[in-house]
Each structure stands twice: as C-alpha cells, then as structure tokens.
Design a binder for this molecule. Structure first.
Ligand code: NAD
Length: 484
C-alpha cells in the first residue's frame, strides 16, 4: 500500500485549466491493477482555441523583458529540482522507468530550463559592412512564432522540457501535446509554469489523439517540433508541407555498436549492456545491433548474455530494480511479436525472450539477446524500441562500418576499440547524427546538438545552442544611414 493518489489532469488553454469532452486513463505498467491518471481529452474546438491563444499571446511574449524571461525559466528549473522526488515518483508510476531514472530525468528537465535561461541573454545577431557607401547590414534572430510541440512517451518530462525551454527562451509561444500514454509529468511541468506566472496563452497544453490534435496544431502553427516514431514523422511532415510549417523531427533509430577485436572487453560488455537494456531498451538512442569482430565474437556473446541475465527486472519503485517494465501494453505486445518473428526467421535466442514474473501484475520483459543474425534479417531492419539486441559477426573494420551504415535509420552509432585510427575512420564515415567512441550509444548531454539524419531526424537539431536554428528565424536588414 502507498499514499499515491489518482492524478487528475486537464487541458491548459489561455491560462485556464479546462476539462475536455472524453476521458483518458493511464495504468501503472509495473502494476496494471493501479490506475495512475484520469484525464480529459481536448476536443478539436479546444485545440483550435489553444492555438488561437498562443497566437494572441505571441506579440507580448516576444517583447517580454529579457531579464524577466530568463528569471522565469530559471525559476522553473529551480522548482523542478525542488520537486524532483514527487514528480519523479509520478513519472515512474506512469511510465515504468526506475525511480532513480525518473528523478534523474526530472533533474535533466530542470537543467534544460537553467541552460535556456542563460540562452535568453545570448541570442546574438551580426553586423556587416555594406557594399554600398553609407549603408550597413544587420542580421537578427527573431522568434519563429507559435510552436506546436508533440512528444512521445519515453521521456515524459525531459522532452517537453527541452522543447519548451528553448521555445520560450527565444520568445515563442507554445501548444504542447504530450503522449496520451504518459501525460502526468508534462502536466506537472505546465502547472509549474502556470504557478510561477508565465503570461496566459504563452504555454498551452492539450491532451488528445495524435492525428486529430496533430493536424489542427500543424495547420495553425508557425513551426512544429516533433519527437516520435519515423512513420508518424512521415505523416506530420506530409501535413506540414501543406501549410509550409517549419519542422524539426526527431525520430526512430536502429543503433549499432561495433565491438572490434582490439576492444577493452570489460568496457565493451558494459557499454553494450547499458546501451541495449537500461531503461528497458526504450531510449531512441539505445543499442539494437551489436556488430562484433570474429576473434572476440564468442567471448562477447557469452559475457554480454551473462549481463542480460543478471539484470533485476521489477517494479519501477522497488529499490533493487534495475530494469522496469515495458511502458505500455501495445508496446509490450509489439516487443513479444518482434521476438517471435526473430525466432521464426532463424535468429538464435541467447538470453531472455520471455515475460518475467514479478510481485505485481506488470508488463515485465526479460532483457533479450539474439546471436547468429544477419544484417538483412527483419530483426536487424526494424526498430523494436524494447530490451532486445542482436549480434552480427564481421571480419574487419570496413565490414563493420558498412554493416552499421546499411540501415534505414541514422540516429546514434558507437564503437568499442583501443585503436585511435579505427575510431577516427568510424567517426568520419558513420552516417549517424551522433557517434560514440567507447561509450554507450545512448546517454546524451543537453548543451550540444541532438539529432539524427533522415529518416531518424529531419530539420534543424535540438538542444544546446543549435536549437536556435529551429526556434528562431533570421532577418537581414539593410540600413542606409546616409539619409538619416
Ligand atoms: P509515436 O510516433 O507513436 O507518437 C509520438 C507522438 O505523436 C505522440 O504524442 C502521439 O500522440 C503523436 N501522434 C501520433 N500520430 C500523430 C499524427 N498523425 N500527427 C501528429 N501527432 C501524432 O511515438 P511513440 O510510440 O510515442 O514513441 C516512440 C518513438 O519515438 C520511437 O520510434 C523512438 O525511437 C522515438 N523517439 C525518438 C527520439 C529522438 O530524439 N530521435 C527520442 C525519443 C523517442
């Protein structure tokens, strides 16, 4: 028994919390008998009102005092840290990641607000001499406008946070639609923005089904920042083309880790296991393909399988849990189907591949490893987005890089090697947007660009100062001083 209460969430439109027209419920993936949240979905009319409110609020927010804007963002970060234990617990109950991961994610959300509080004061333009006497040229960066913000379920607070913090820092207004599977943490974030006095209409939140909400938002927004699956990304890109809405898409991955024969095997096994199974494999940058040199192949398979089997899978709130449940029932079913089809196409199941019994009725899946697989198997072509990895044996570095790049995704890629020349060859020839040397394919920092190349990403990068390319528009002004 705990004191956890039912979380009731509403839509936040033009500075007011409002019920919508239909109900949405969430259940704890660690314990399906526990309802976590009850929400009301925004109607299409509500979503239109949220977009209108964001458009109305934009001019005043663009002109809002810089220091006051920076102070607001910093305060959000401070309060997120102060409340990270309670928000993290709610997040762990609704998404299923372990409590330390959920608290850590909340603190990461806070750090993003702190970072962008600084960026409010650092949005420099350029001054140029002109080819014409008596003229000069100023290039300034203006807010892009109303930003539709659509997020997935796997980082329920960090993702809304790094998008909102950047949008607000550069003077934009926002309509946020979090995933319907895990909306509580995003609502907590918006409650906090409301509490500290962000002007009404600057941030709006709507809960709803992806396509219906998405279409309305895209049609009316100046820009769309979207994180989710690649197929959904294609759909939103098509829709955005009609209204010419500027897009930033962060999409799926099928990330490889190359383990060369000269790798430090302790390190290689540890980064492989971390990349594949931590957070139940539900990180877009998680490792799904291990590409391993033939001389170390057998040792690697044996040792990494041992790691997979040693993980304690369990309730997200239990202190000894290392891997929580799969976050949603559809995802759990998809993971089981993925495993069944991998077996059917001839991959050898080395570890996991089955449900795990725990003290509660949850969506528990054992960390899973396949070996003796080929890169052309479906197992190695499609993103599982679960705790499932496969080993592919290769002869040398050239073959390893070619297999790593022979993939429909290009998000993150890693190599374990002690050879600097091999590391550099991999770094420069990988087609992934993010490349890791002797580090897990997952685990990103918020002060540098995040993103993949198509079809893992499309448009300007997010996080760090790179996000200015998306959240601002350049204006070039030619000034003739000669007549003034
Ligand atoms: P999803 O694509 O199903 O949903 C993402 C969001 O889009 C949700 O809010 C959903 O309601 C909304 N949506 C669905 N259909 C829509 C439509 N037609 N128009 C507009 N919005 C729509 O993704 P998911 O299952 O929530 O998340 C998992 C996926 O996200 C994985 O593929 C993962 O790799 C990816 N992801 C990528 C990154 C990254 O930075 N590249 C980060 C996290 C997750």
């Amino acid at each position: 028994m705990t004191n956890d209460t039912l979380f009731i969430g509403q839509n936040y439109i033009d500075g007011a919390w409002r019920d919508g027209d239909t109900l949405l419920e969430t259940f704890n993936p660690s314990d399906l008998d526990e309802q976590v949240g009850r929400y009301s979905k925004a109607s299409p009319a509500d979503i239109e009102q949220a977009m209108d409110a964001a458009h109305r609020a934009l001019p005043a927010w663009r002109g809002y005092n810089m220091q006051a804007r920076a102070d607001l963002l910093r305060k959000v970060g401070d309060l997120l840290i102060e409340r990270s234990a309670s928000i993290g617990r709610l997040l762990a109950r609704e998404e299923g990641k372990t409590l330390p991961d959920a608290i850590g994610e909340t603190i990461r959300a806070a750090q993003c607000f702190h970072f962008y509080a600084g960026e409010v004061l650092r949005n420099p333009g350029q001054w140029h001499d002109s080819m014409r006497d008596g003229h000069n040229i100023i290039v300034s960066h203006e807010p892009v406008g109303v930003v539709a913000t659509i997020t997935p379920w796997n980082f329920p607070i960090a993702l809304p946070a790094w998008k909102l913090a950047a949008a607000l820092a550069y003077g934009n207004s926002v309509v946020l639609k979090p995933s319907s599977f895990v909306p509580a943490a995003a609502i907590m974030l918006v409650r906090l923005l409301d509490e500290i006095g962000v002007p009404k209409g600057v941030v709006n939140l709507v809960l709803g089904d992806g396509r219906i909400a998405g279409d309305i938002m895209i049609d009316s927004a100046d820009a769309l920042t979207f994180t989710g699956g690649t197929e959904t990304g294609r759909a939103v890109l098509q829709r955005s083309a009609l209204s010419m809405t500027k897009v930033q898409l962060e999409l799926g991955g099928k990330n490889p880790l190359i383990v060369l024969d000269d790798a430090d095997m302790d390190l290689a096994v540890s980064i492989a296991a971390n990349g594949a199974w931590i957070q139940t494999g539900q990180r877009c940058t998680g490792t799904e393909r291990f590409i391993v040199g033939d001389k170390v192949h057998d040792e690697f398979v044996e040792r990494v399988a041992k790691e997979a089997k040693a993980y304690r899978v369990g309730h997200a709130l239990d202190a000894d849990t290392q891997i929580g449940p799969v976050a949603t029932a559809p995802q759990f079913r998809a993971n089981l189907e993925f495993i069944a089809s991998a077996k059917a196409e001839g991959a050898d199941l080395i570890a996991g591949g089955c449900e795990v019994e725990c003290r509660t009725r949850g969506l528990y899946l054992a960390p899973t490893l396949f070996a003796n697989t080929r890169n052309d198997m479906q197992l190695n072509r499609h993103e599982s987005f679960g705790p499932i990895a496969a080993v592919i044996k290769v002869q040398d570095l050239d073959e390893a890089i070619s297999v790593a790049n022979d993939c429909d995704f290009a998000l993150s890629a890693g190599i374990a090697t002690q050879n600097l020349r091999a590391a550099e060859q991999f770094r420069s020839s990988s087609k992934a947007g993010m490349v890791m040397v002797n580090a897990p394919t997952a685990g990103l920092e918020y002060h540098v660009p995040l993103g993949g190349r198509a079809p893992s990403g499309f448009g300007p990068r997010e996080t760090g100062t790179a996000s200015a390319a998306f959240f601002t528009e350049m204006k070039t002004a030619y000034i003739n001083h000669g007549v003034i």
